[in-house]
Write a protein that binds this ligand. Structure first.
Ligand code: NAD
Ligand code: UDP
Length: 320
């Protein structure tokens, strides 16, 4: 599918989960850099509308495929993002989530091995579970419940990391492991269930804001553009051990709700709902390794990132 009229750098990328939130932003960056992209997705939580800009572009192909099945393709780099990320979605069919994490990563590593492609795994801060140290460094091995409702995802990503590391040791595969901390921005789905999209969407519709637990649990939110830059830096680096990518600006969920309420409608009610099982109490990335080894740190403040995200959700609501 190479059109002579279109510039291409001849780097052939496979982006699994490319129709999702992060995958579609990554595809935008790769396409704008004149690279070739194959987007592979089963549309469980992703949507073609996220990549509609590229559907007719000669450097772009899209394949409806489930990563739990093997596939043969000729590519140079695999960005393996396919996996539901929001608790409500990954808990909807937890056995499928575990299969996606194990079999999906196994199949994509097998593909990488066959064609000698570089491989980046979108892992997660959830590998630290409900951490007993804060902030979390890559050397911390985590505190994870193997039999809880979050385990399909947490343990799924841990076995994905194990598979990557063993393919590296045994088959000499060139791997990158990116531990992504909570990320937000345009293209999160209104029904995604994650806290930033929930609160913004509720506030824009003048509905009460939902806080799970007493709101003292913390998270550290990274704006999507910063995150994608970190992903590209990591792929381009020589670091073949896990790297945290996230924004260290930590705040409580209650403070997040107050911030969003102040920006949209200060009179909104805040309602408290039960805290889900195993919900981590603290989370903040230590990004000194990312700074040192891949020359990355985030630049977008939470205030600026929230403004951009709110503007995007407003537009979405107006189009309805
Ligand atoms: P998302 O749900 O928007 O995107 C996931 C994509 O994968 C969707 O397009 C979905 O349809 C696709 N998918 C799911 N299962 C699949 C399967 N079996 N076969 C093929 N495609 C499948 O989520 P996201 O926020 O874009 O997350 C992308 C990746 O980053 C995930 O691996 C997630 O675990 C990781 N991550 C994200 C965050 C975050 O804050 N967004 C944090 C940590 C890790
Ligand atoms: N949360 C909340 N209200 C919501 C959605 C989530 O208070 O409407 C809480 C949730 O219990 C968790 C935090 O916000 O403590 C972040 O949740 P999210 O699902 O966004 O990410 P994760 O728990 O995977 O970090």
């Amino acid at each position: 599918m190479i059109n002579n009229q279109i510039k291409t750098t001849n780097i052939r990328n496979l982006v699994t989960g490319g129709a999702g939130f992060l995958g579609s932003h990554l595809i935008d960056k790769l396409m704008r850099a004149n690279q070739e992209v194959i987007c592979l997705d089963n549309y469980f939580t992703g949507n073609k509308s996220n990549i509609k800009e590229w559907l007719t572009h000669p450097n772009f192909e899209i394949i409806r495929h489930d990563v739990t099945e093997p596939i043969q393709l000729e590519i140079d780099q695999i960005w393996h993002l396919a996996c539901p990320a929001s608790p409500i979605h990954y808990q909807e069919n937890p056995i499928k989530t575990a299969k996606t994490s194990f079999l999906g990563t196994y199949n994509m590593l097998g593909l990488a091995r066959r064609v000698k492609a570089k491989f980046l795994l979108a892992s997660t801060s959830e590998v630290y579970g409900d951490p007993k140290i804060n902030p979390q460094k890559e050397s911390y091995h985590g505190y994870v419940n193997p039999v809880g409702i979050r385990s399909c995802y947490d343990e799924g990503k841990r076995i994905s990391e194990t598979l990557c590391s063993d393919y590296q040791r045994i088959h000499n595969l060139d791997i990158r492991i990116m531990r992504i901390f909570n990320t937000y921005g345009p293209r999160m789905k209104p029904n995604d269930g994650r806290v930033v999209s929930n609160l913004i969407y509720q506030a824009l519709q003048n509905k009460p804001l939902t806080i799970y637990g007493d709101g003292t649990q913390t998270r550290s939110f990274c704006y999507v553009d910063d995150l994608i830059e970190g992903m590209q830096n990591l792929m381009g680096s020589n670091t073949d051990s896990p790297v945290n990518i996230g924004n260290p600006e930590e705040l409580t969920i209650l403070d997040l709700a107050m911030k969003i309420r102040k920006k949209i409608n200060p009179n909104l009610e805040i309602i408290f709902k039960p805290l889900p099982q195993d919900d981590p109490l603290k989370r903040q990335p230590d990004i000194s390794k990312a700074k040192k080894e891949i020359g990355w740190e985030p630049f977008t403040s939470l205030d600026k990132g929230l403004d951009k995200t709110i503007a995007w959700f407003k537009k979405l609501l107006n189009e309805k």
